[in-house]
Write a protein that binds this ligand. Structure first.
Ligand code: ATP
Length: 319
């Protein structure tokens, strides 16, 4: 099946003029998003997430590699007809009303008047922006209301590929959940969605695929469930008597990390087969196991493991 969104060997070096040092924002990344997939592009600040999306909407020219939509180069205008895009910190014009913003978006997509009206009513309901708010100027909107309007604007032309750069920025927890639910609905309708985010718990709840970007490089990508299953094994262990500091130090030697939590220990193992070693050690130290529970690594644990010590600093700096 042909991917709806596809980047291959994408590289981007910014700047390099007389005054500016070149910045390698993307160092050859590849991924695909199929119909009905919601992929989270995750990474720390400056990882290259926005640059990737900007290449896909034709705002940034890559230094190398290709970006394709519906099998065509993202630089062909026609390839972008069924593309919806919500930029980071989208700022609809403050002097327009919510309805006028949606109408303007529809005009940009050559939609007829009736069609624009219908789309506005449908989308305002979908993003839960009340009619009374949409009638006001955007300048009077709360942050959350602006976010909802931005999302509605991205969906006006009923796009089949949707690129969202931090769509829940500024929304409260209820608003964030509503957006997640909307994204899952859109996915079920067969849309291909790219969600840029650094809210990992949120991505874990709604993205069936994730790609982890750090300093312009993809550190991991694939199905969320499979990636997490392959990640760190975490065990919760309770012993009697309670493990001493020396016990903990010995346990730390056969594990990747071990710490106390309440009455028990939380132990991270590099591989499943280390469970036996751990049990042997616990028994040889005269401790009795009362509880041993395997827990899947969270996306946050997996993410931190993959990006290692990549701080929120630019990817590679100068080239
Ligand atoms: P954030 O989560 O903070 O929004 P990001 O992952 O979206 O970050 P990008 O905005 O793609 O990251 O930036 C990647 C790198 O490219 C950063 O080091 C940034 O400073 C640099 N960069 C982005 N745009 C430009 C530009 N127009 N000129 C020079 N460097 C740029």
């Amino acid at each position: 099946m042909e991917a709806v969104v596809e980047v291959e060997g994408l590289e981007k070096v910014y700047g390099g003029g007389f005054f500016a040092k070149p910045t390698a924002a993307l160092a050859g990344i590849s991924f695909k998003i199929q119909k009905g997939e919601l992929m989270g592009l995750l990474g720390p600040n400056g990882a290259g997430k926005t640059t990737t999306v900007k290449v896909l909407v034709g705002l940034v020219t890559p230094t190398k590699g290709s970006a394709r939509l519906f099998g065509r180069s993202a630089f062909e205008t026609d390839a972008r007809r069924k593309l919806g895009y919500l930029p980071e910190r989208a700022a609809p014009p403050e002097y327009l009303t919510g309805y006028e913003c949606l109408d303007r978006e529809g005009r940009l997509h050559d939609m007829a008047r009736e069609e624009r009206k219908k789309a506005s009513a449908r989308l305002l309901e979908r993003v839960r922006l009340p009619d009374a708010v949409a009638k006001r100027r955007v300048g009077t909107f709360s942050k959350g209301e602006r976010g909802r309007l931005g999302l509605a604007c991205a969906l006006v032309a009923d796009p089949d590929a949707i690129l969202l750069d931090e769509p829940t920025d500024g929304l409260d927890p209820v608003g964030r959940r509503e957006v997640r639910e909307l994204l899952v609905e859109l996915k079920k309708e067969g849309k291909a969605i790219l969600l840029n985010s650094h809210l990992l718990s949120e991505a874990e709840l709604c993205c069936d695929h994730v790609a982890i970007l750090s300093r312009g490089e993809l550190k991991a990508s694939g199905k969320t469930d499979e990636l997490l299953a392959s990640g760190t094994r975490v065990l919760a262990v309770r012993t009697v008597p309670k493990a001493s500091d020396e016990d903990l130090a010995q346990i730390a030697k056969v594990s990747k990390a071990a710490r106390r939590e309440g009455e028990g220990l939380i132990i991270e193992l590099a591989q499943e087969s280390d469970v036996d070693k751990l049990v042997d050690l616990v028994r040889s130290r005269g401790l009795s196991l009362r509880e041993l529970v395997a827990r899947r690594a969270s996306l946050e644990e997996f993410f931190l493991e993959k990006i290692g010590d990549a701080a929120s600093s630019p990817p590679g700096g100068s080239t």
